[in-house]
Design a protein around this ligand. Structure first.
Ligand SMILES: [Zn+2]
Length: 464
């Protein structure tokens, strides 16, 4: 039999050294299986828990001892009683001693009034360490609350390792992130001179890419699905900043976006470019966060998809045997030009071309038999769709070619990536998850912060 004993040597601030035994691990002298080699998880968890309890109790005792000394006259204040406080940590819940002292007579207003203080209780402002809260929130944002609790429970002596605790901590952290964002939003400064505005107007202008995603609502909620708005802010020379919100429950939706812009060095008065899919609510949200000026750009991908629909129907018509009676070539040329026209920002010419294609299709409906009829009608519908999309987004159509050649983003495809990272990977339908808007909103706050690497590592603060 072999034995390993782990001893902990503590040296106090006064230089006093104390040794305590933590654990003893035994193994057969001749190992018969690989399972007996080295430390096992259960032993490690026990060791960590003991180490944590020993360290924490020692630290708190030292803290209490130092605060027992009267700050005014230097004598020891009398002990009133000993209570215990429980502190949850990543390495177990530790019961620490929290002695109460009678306030020294020299500091009492009237000598007879007995006042007690508990320095330990006063310094333990939360039931858990910031580190435990942060790890629970991070895991809770990355995976389901249930899985997060299982992971913690598997690897660490952390307690309580239940999903309710993970949920509560994730929500608590989310509220703090939101509060910090509101604070940041309020700290945005304004551009002072107009020259700065002009410089900002160009290359270094922040680009906000926005997209919506639908999340399944919990049963009993008024709607089956609700929308989360996701996006990112990109600016040359700054790390990308993600944000997400469920509008109906965000306390100040525009503040979250404003904070994201603030992070990118944006100042009020700087122009902002917004790329979105044609939902007017999205640029409006940015406008409410920034005031003007906002340059909206219709996402090229969504525009291009609608062009694709027209092209597809046309291809179907061209493939018909025998060919339609109304000659195809003119309409075909117009369809082929559509994409080119829109790419270069000639949306009026594109609308004229759509008009010609539509009137051709209407002729074809009059002249031809049924088989053409269905396809030609579909062509009319697709053209109408594209045309009204162009008209609705007139102010957001640009020369995509020029912008693309300048190396600037023209599509929210990157925002869609954000939707996938933020929403789909944690809340999508495959996971059969249903959410309350508030719960989803909060998890999204933490998730965005985790993905951005904005999650801090605050050290445990015991002494003030
Ligand atoms: Zn005193």
């Amino acid at each position: 039999m072999m034995q390993w004993t782990v001893r902990l040597e503590v040296r106090t601030s006064a230089g006093e050294v104390k040794t305590t035994e933590l654990v003893t691990i035994s193994r057969p002298a001749v190992v018969s299986t690989l399972a007996e080699v080295g430390l096992a998880l259960a032993e490690t968890k026990a060791l960590l828990a003991k180490l944590q309890a020993s360290m924490l109790c020692g630290q708190v005792a030292e803290y209490a001892a130092q605060h027992r000394v009267c700050a005014a006259c230097g004598i020891l204040q009398p002990l009133k009683d000993r209570r215990t406080r429980r502190l949850q940590t990543l390495f177990g819940t530790v019961a620490v001693e929290a002695p109460r002292f009678k306030v020294c007579g020299c500091r009492r207003a009237t000598p007879l009034a007995e006042v007690t203080v508990s320095p330990v209780c006063a310094s333990l402002t939360a039931r858990c360490t910031p580190e435990l809260e942060r790890v629970q929130a991070e895991l809770g944002a990355r995976t389901s609350f249930w899985d997060a609790a299982r992971i913690l429970d598997t690897l660490l002596p952390a307690s309580p390792a239940n999903q309710e605790s993970v949920r509560t901590r994730t929500h608590a952290v989310a509220l703090r992130i939101e509060a910090a964002d509101r604070q940041a939003a309020a700290e945005v400064t304004a551009v002072r001179d107009d020259t700065a505005k002009v410089t900002a107007a160009d290359a270094s202008r922040p680009v906000v890419m926005l997209d919506g995603a639908y999340i399944r609502a919990v049963p009993g909620h008024q709607v089956r699905n609700f929308e989360a708005i996701c996006g990112k802010v990109e600016r040359v020379g700054h790390p990308t900043r993600r944000f997400a919100l469920v509008r109906s429950v965000a306390e100040q939706p525009h503040a979250l976006l404003r904070a994201a812009l603030h992070d990118q060095g944006w100042r009020e008065g700087d122009a902002v470019t917004v790329i979105s899919d044609g939902d007017p609510a999205l640029p409006a949200l940015v406008r409410s966060a920034t005031g003007d000026p906002v340059q909206p750009i219709l996402d090229w991908f969504h525009l291009s998809m609608r062009v694709h629909h027209v092209e597809q129907v046309m291809r179907g018509l061209c493939a018909l045997e025998p060919p339609p009676l109304a000659p195809l070539d003119r309409a075909q040329i117009d369809v082929e030009r559509l994409r080119h026209l829109l790419w270069h920002g000639h949306h009026e010419k594109a609308c004229e071309a759509l008009g010609r294609i539509t009137s051709w299709a209407q002729d074809a409906i009059v002249l031809n038999i049924l088989v053409v009829d269905a396809k030609a009608k579909r062509l009319v519908a697709r053209c109408a769709e594209l045309r009204s999309y162009i008209e609705r987004n007139e102010g957001a159509l640009i020369d995509y070619g020029e912008r693309y050649r300048a190396g600037k983003p023209i599509s929210t495809s990157r925002a869609e990536g954000t939707v996938n990272q933020l929403v789909s990977a944690r809340m999508n339908k495959r996971r059969q998850m249903r959410w309350s808007p508030r719960g989803a909103h909060r998890v999204l706050q933490v998730r965005a912060a985790v993905l951005d690497g904005r999650f801090g590592h605050p050290a445990i603060q015991l002494a003030v």
